[in-house]
Design a binder for this molecule. Structure first.
Ligand code: WTA
Length: 635
């Protein structure tokens, strides 16, 4: 690609230009995408409202960029390689032509089932190619997809469907994950008892577990596709979308109780995902690129589907988990498909590291050229293990820092360009202007400092609003510090200007790279019978990065403690999903509160971390003796 940066000198020059002339810089990059109509103005913005418009006046369809424009040159090249959960099941390959065909047909299925431009479509599916097809088919029609990760509960799905007033759901009978069968349709059925807005449910066959199919509402994916064949409905013209039309909603946790629907729009998101994919990984034509994320998270949206496909890459999708049937699975996949670029998460690296290097030995990993990490801070031990045992010290590791809200990678090495520093995300990508501020929003200048990470200038992939509630977007991200986007992360800048993200400074915990709001978990725990109050904090966990520690006050009851813990876990799994189940639950008589009734989380965090000696000043507590009790009951 013409916009790939090839040397560190070039990076510095491009970066300087991107800050001095941002509109010129982004216009240049955008001109390498396919537009139906060019923009009038590259950027209009203020962070006050916020009001962010990129490429205003332009029209396009992202699927023409991801599919149609590649047909002539690489129609027969694999677009998606799919590896199933079970290594004995056959893998599948979809070329760009085949993917284009499937997306067009399925877009017609959606149309025949009443989907119109602007409708919101909830997608709850396993990691199969049809998930990517469903996502792209929505985009083809200008319908807004809201993908919900397969690990969320019926209640979480219902909340998301209601918030976005989704008209359709696309799901599957069930999913295979490791040695488990997950009943997706049945979870959807539970969710839909609360959702009047949903008119149709399209169900893909995957594991063919028994499912209920309601007449008039539920239809099978395969039957609908056959109908399109009979009707010869093969083509589907791509809807002409405005640059700032909504492309998708993705719900994510914040410090308040309710997840928010982060909204991304068509043009800016596309340009940013494509540009960052191409640059960070230095993707070369025909390379095999493998991102182990799930499409249910932003990493999957940007770096399994839209980023790679917009650049004509071959993207490998894996249905299963890294430890099934054993901890050598990822390395087997790398060997089988001669993967060149592997993008994964620190939590996976730590878990495979713990399983032992014998699962790596004997696997041919010579094809690997670039490694990537995302989702949480990578500790040095994991970084070195990855570097030595997987990259064999010859593959750069790009430690990519970004967020659901940023749409794409923000701070990261560029492979083979940026000098690496273990566990550091190094430098901002062109167009990204990070600053560190103190509590009062005063900029902390110079190097060898740390502070709260903010971004002071817009970039094309940034969040536009939170669905249905623009004020929430403003207060969450743009109100903490005037004229800055606040990331919620703490950050160090070393003597050489390398950035190192240290973790969240708000009440969000990062469990295995998944963001979970403590307030959300508390609400779920408090819904359990007999619970009076609870407080949830994160604590360091060897594999997950952070674990969930809950302090819970209960009414006296007759149930045995351990069973009560399990019951509370079940309630959390029902309300949010199994991913939010506390790792530890400590029953307490009281919580450390100030005289004004505020819980002092700092103290709880320290106790959860095991730092019981150094609790700092506790004299402002209403009842300091509570702290002794909690310390003694620590688990
Ligand atoms: C954390 C995932 C350190 C961070 C793409 C951020 C990281 C949150 C890194 C976003 C990294 C992500 N180093 N921390 N390389 N990447 N994070 O929205 O706390 O699921 O705010 O997006 O993950 O999580 P999200």
């Amino acid at each position: 690609m013409d916009f790939q940066i090839k040397s560190i000198e070039q990076y510095h020059n491009v970066y300087k230009h991107s800050v001095e002339q941002p509109e010129e810089f982004w216009a240049d990059i955008a001109s390498q995408f396919l537009w139906k109509k060019k923009w009038n103005k590259v950027l209009n913005w203020n962070f006050k409202e916020p009001y962010i418009k990129w490429f205003d006046g332009a029209t396009l369809n992202i699927t023409e960029n991801c599919l149609d424009r590649h047909l002539a040159e690489r129609g027969d090249q694999p677009a998606i390689i799919w590896e199933p959960n079970d290594p004995n099941e056959h893998h599948r390959i979809l070329t760009y032509k085949q993917l284009h065909h499937q997306v067009s047909m399925f877009a017609n299925v959606l149309k025949h089932n009443g989907v119109k431009r602007g409708d919101r479509i909830c997608i709850y599916m396993p990691m199969v190619p049809e998930l990517a097809i469903a996502v792209l088919a929505c985009a083809r029609l200008g319908a807004i997809h809201s993908v919900v990760f397969g690990g969320f509960s019926a209640q979480s799905i219902a909340d998301r469907i209601k918030d976005a007033k989704c008209s359709h759901v696309i799901t599957a009978d069930g999913a295979y994950r490791g040695n488990k069968d997950i009943p997706l349709k049945s979870v959807i059925d539970d969710a839909l008892m609360q959702c009047d807005s949903v008119k149709k449910v399209i169900v893909l066959t995957r594991n063919r577990m028994p499912v209920s199919m309601i007449k008039g509402r539920d239809v099978w994916w395969e039957d609908e596709m056959k109908k399109m064949e009979t009707l010869h409905e093969y083509d589907c013209p791509a809807e002409e979308m405005n640059a700032e039309d909504e492309l998708f909603i993705l719900y994510t946790s914040g410090s308040t109780g309710k997840p928010k629907g982060v909204v991304h729009t068509c043009a800016g998101y596309m340009v940013y995902a494509g540009y960052t994919f191409s640059n960070v990984f230095q993707y070369k034509p025909r390379e095999i690129y493998f991102c182990t994320a799930d499409i249910g998270w932003i990493t999957g949206h940007s770096y399994i589907v839209y980023g790679p496909l917009s650049q004509g890459a071959t993207t490998l999708m894996f249905e299963g988990v890294p430890t099934y049937p054993d901890a050598g699975r990822l390395w087997e996949i790398v060997e089988k498909f001669k993967v060149n670029i592997l993008y994964t998460a620190p939590t996976a690296i730590r878990s495979l590291m713990q399983s032992g290097v014998e699962f790596v030995n004997g696997k041919n990993l010579d094809s690997l050229r670039v490694l990537g990490s995302v989702g949480e801070p990578i500790n040095e031990e994991a970084w070195h293990w990855f570097n030595e045992n997987i990259g064999k010290k010859r593959c750069p590791i790009v430690d990519t820092w970004w967020q659901t809200e940023t749409g794409g990678i923000m701070i990261s090495p560029i492979a083979n360009v940026t000098p690496l520093k273990p566990a550091h995300a190094t430098f901002p990508l062109p167009g990204i202007q990070p600053i560190l501020v103190d509590e009062n929003g005063v900029e902390i200048k110079g190097n060898g400092v740390n502070g709260n990470l903010c971004i002071k200038f817009p970039w094309p992939g940034m969040i536009r609003t939170t669905y249905g509630d623009h004020e929430r977007c403003r207060t969450n991200y743009f109100a903490t510090y005037e004229n800055l986007y606040f990331t919620g992360d703490g950050c160090l800048r070393d003597e050489d200007g390398n950035y190192r993200i240290t973790g969240r400074v708000d009440d969000v915990i990062n469990v295995s790279g998944h963001r979970i709001g403590t307030a959300e978990v508390e609400n779920a725990i408090n819904a359990h019978t007999g619970v009076i109050e609870s407080a949830v904090v994160g604590y360091p966990h060897d594999i997950k990065g952070q674990g969930i520690y809950a302090f819970v006050i209960c009414e006296e009851d007759t149930h045995e403690e351990d069973l009560r813990r399990k019951d509370i876990g079940m309630t959390v799994a029902r309300i949010i999903g199994a991913i939010a189940k506390p790792d530890k639950i400590q029953f307490v008589k009281g919580l450390p509160k100030t005289r004004s009734g505020k819980i002092m989380r700092r103290i709880l965090r320290k106790i959860a971390e095991g730092e019981v000696e150094n609790l700092g000043d506790i004299s402002t507590l209403l009842d300091p003796t509570i702290v002794e009790d909690i310390k003694n009951g620590r688990i």
